[in-house]
Design a protein around this ligand. Structure first.
Ligand code: SAH
Length: 501
């Protein structure tokens, strides 16, 4: 089996530095399942290709650690020496380990840069066919071309095989390309993996960092990567789901429009939504892109920030803060003098702590922010004395019987002057083609409300606790089904300026 990586980035021979393998030599490496060879069929200034060829020893496999089991004949006659499988991932990690980590002391700038790359795999056994290949690579931005091989060229009437030559192309970092290949090659394969130990989850999460949590086929990738070990798969998924706190976009808004929806995704700018309240639309720096480019989650954060800014709030709570995306924006704005993020998930708080670089902030900025471990269903004194609270895509994670406790914690105990609640609008779900009918957007959602259900709940809460409430759409609004996200803005009756007192 052969993996070829090519670039036209000039000088293309830099590929040798990136892979830590000299283009002028053929090098071989002993691996536990056979040998790997690296050589360059072409190494010129304008283009350069490196090959990783695996020479798997099928007999050695059977006699070795017993990781490979099939029928009697299967043990000696099988496709393993000829296809890209988990062996290829192991070889990538062992032979191109530094490149996979993104390390290159001779050409650090090239390692960190997106360069034009092409990877060809000969051959890949694909359970699920071309459609599945595209479903995995295309959302990552690759251009994919595929050649399916016949079962036997001598006997065309036998039909097609499950083996493909696959070429993917993208301008990206080499480390990113290698991480995608490392994770996805075994996902296509039918066979039990050569690896899959308890540390496999850690490896998967490490190699999947930054792309797997948000991949539309995330669940399939994880289950297939960790096949035969369903408990590991559910552990990995739980951790990815926590990590992917921006979860509703797992149903990719780019996959819109659905039938009967003739707007461009994101075509209703967040600004126009906000005009309805008279709140000043003021996009934070990172969010200053055209609305077409904003993900739904960014639009949501933009809307919440605009409302917070316009309210004049200075002390702000982010309840169910997840990994801290809103906190980061709050921290960057001098209007907000005291900020607290609360979450029930310690892991999310750890990620937030890391992403906000709390350990590196100047004391003055560091003192502004607190991360609190706690639950929104238990009264908590630490939440008192704030001007405003944002509760972004959290209530749908609570069991409905716990909603009453939640209401009391927020509106009766913490009782900030402003409360902003966002939640999915279930009516909009039919516009997501990738979402099976009747499904919720995320496995951990305990419910998703229609606009009427959310408004009924919110009006009852407001009335009971002495607030007024108004509603805003977030994201591209469908004339019949409404927006993908709904926002409720609660204001304590009689409190004019959130910052006064
Ligand atoms: N507000 C964040 C995260 C939304 S995901 C954002 O928009 O990015 C939902 C978050 O709610 C998760 O981080 C989850 O851990 C948290 N959560 C769920 N139940 C909770 C509870 N009872 N108390 C506090 N946080 C909770």
């Amino acid at each position: 089996m052969l993996l070829t990586i090519s670039t036209t980035h000039a000088p293309a021979t830099d590929l040798g530095y990136l892979l830590h393998k000299h283009p002028g030599r053929c090098q071989s490496f002993d691996l536990s399942f056979g040998r790997a060879h690296v050589f360059y069929p072409r190494a010129a200034e304008e283009d350069c290709s490196a090959c990783l060829l695996l020479d798997v020893d099928p007999v050695g496999l059977v006699r070795g650690k017993g990781n490979f089991r099939g029928g009697l004949l299967d043990q000696y006659v099988n496709d393993r020496p000829f296809v890209a499988s988990s062996f290829m991932s192991v070889a990538i990690a062992q032979v191109f380990g530094s490149a996979l980590q993104g390390n290159c002391k001779d050409r650090p700038d090239v390692a960190a840069a997106a360069i034009p790359l092409v990877a060809s795999i000969d051959v890949l056994p694909v359970r699920g066919g071309e459609e599945f290949l595209r479903k995995l690579f295309e959302p990552l931005g690759y251009t994919v071309s595929v050649v399916r091989h016949p079962l036997d060229e001598q006997f065309p009437e036998w039909g097609e095989s499950a083996y493909y030559s696959v070429t993917i192309e993208k301008t990206t970092r080499l480390s990113e390309l290698l991480a995608h290949l490392y994770v996805l090659i075994p996902v296509f394969d039918h066979q039990k993996h050569y690896f899959v130990g308890a540390d496999e989850v850690e490896k998967l999460l490490a190699k999947g960092e930054g792309w797997l949590a948000g991949h539309p086929a995330r669940d399939t990738i994880v289950r297939r990567y960790l096949k035969w070990k369903p408990t590991l798969a559910s552990d990995a998924l739980a951790r990815l789901i926590e990590e992917d706190a921006v979860e509703p976009d797992a149903v990719d808004p780019q996959s819109e429009p659905g039938e009967g929806f003739d707007g461009v995704p994101g075509a209703t700018p967040q600004q126009s939504s906000l005009d309805a309240t008279g709140a000043l639309p003021q996009a934070p720096s990172e969010l200053e892109q055209s609305p077409q480019q904003l993900t739904l989650h960014q639009q949501r954060l933009g809307a919440v920030l605009s409302v917070l800014r316009a309210s004049g709030a200075r002390k702000v709570l982010d309840l169910g803060c997840g990994e801290g995306k809103l906190l980061r924006e709050l921290l960057a704005d001098r209007q907000f003098e005291e900020i607290a993020g609360l979450d029930v998930s310690v892991r999310s708080l750890e990620i937030a702590h890391r992403r906000l670089r709390l350990d590196n902030l100047s004391p003055a900025v560091r003192d502004k922010i607190k991360l609190i471990h706690g639950s929104l269903t238990y009264r908590d004194r630490r939440l008192e004395g704030f001007d405003a609270a944002a509760i972004v895509e959290v209530i749908e994670h609570l069991d409905p019987p716990r909603l009453t406790a939640f209401q009391r914690v927020v509106f009766e105990c913490a009782k900030p002057k402003i409360v902003i609640v966002t939640t999915p609008n279930r009516e909009y779900n039919v516009l997501w083609e990738s979402l099976p009918a009747g499904s919720v957007r995320h496995a951990d959602h305990r419910f998703e409300w229609t606009r009427a259900e959310f408004q009924d709940w919110a009006c009852a809460v407001a009335e009971r606790h002495g607030y007024t409430v108004k509603f805003l759409p977030i994201g591209p609004e469908d004339p019949t089904l409404g927006p993908p996200t709904q926002l409720g803005l609660f204001e304590k009756a009689g409190a004019k300026e959130a910052s006064s007192g």
